[in-house]
Design a protein around this ligand. Structure first.
Ligand code: DGP
Length: 115
């Protein structure tokens, strides 16, 4: 999508501090980190949010959750102590960038409930 900032980051048009990339996904450091490790995992294909997911996205979802995230957690050395995944969705969910992204937060103790 031409006016989507995360499309531009995902396809390399805008530089980011990338920690992982493959054919379908890019993971990069959040501009405004909320934890010592704060990574955004973004599909290269424009999908607005998780409410737009359908059965055709099953392979992508499985790739993100069973391969990319566990690898990032190991590489960032937070797999053992733990981390938090957040997917803000839509207005009430606090989503500010309308391109699906998973927040991976770690390196500190998280609190609950979130704000
Ligand atoms: P959300 O509120 O869930 O839509 O999160 C959007 C996140 O994206 C927020 O934590 C800030 C981050 N962000 C916004 N613009 C940029 C950018 O241009 N580069 C990077 N690295 N992160 C961005």
């Amino acid at each position: 999508m031409s006016d989507c900032i995360f499309c531009k980051i995902a396809n390399g048009e805008i530089k980011s501090e990338t920690v992982y990339e493959d054919d379908t996904v890019r993971a990069f450091r959040d501009l405004s980190p909320q934890a010592p490790e704060h990574i955004l995992i973004v599909p290269k294909e424009h999908i607005a949010n998780i409410a737009e997911f359908n059965s055709e996205d099953g392979e992508l979802a499985a790739h993100i959750f069973t391969e990319v995230i566990p690898k990032l957690a190991r590489d960032l050395n937070i797999a053992g102590k733990g981390f938090r995944l957040v997917i803000n969705t839509g207005e009430d969910g606090g989503q500010t960038v309308n391109h699906l992204h998973v927040h991976l937060l770690g390196g500190r103790k998280m609190t609950w409930p979130p704000g």
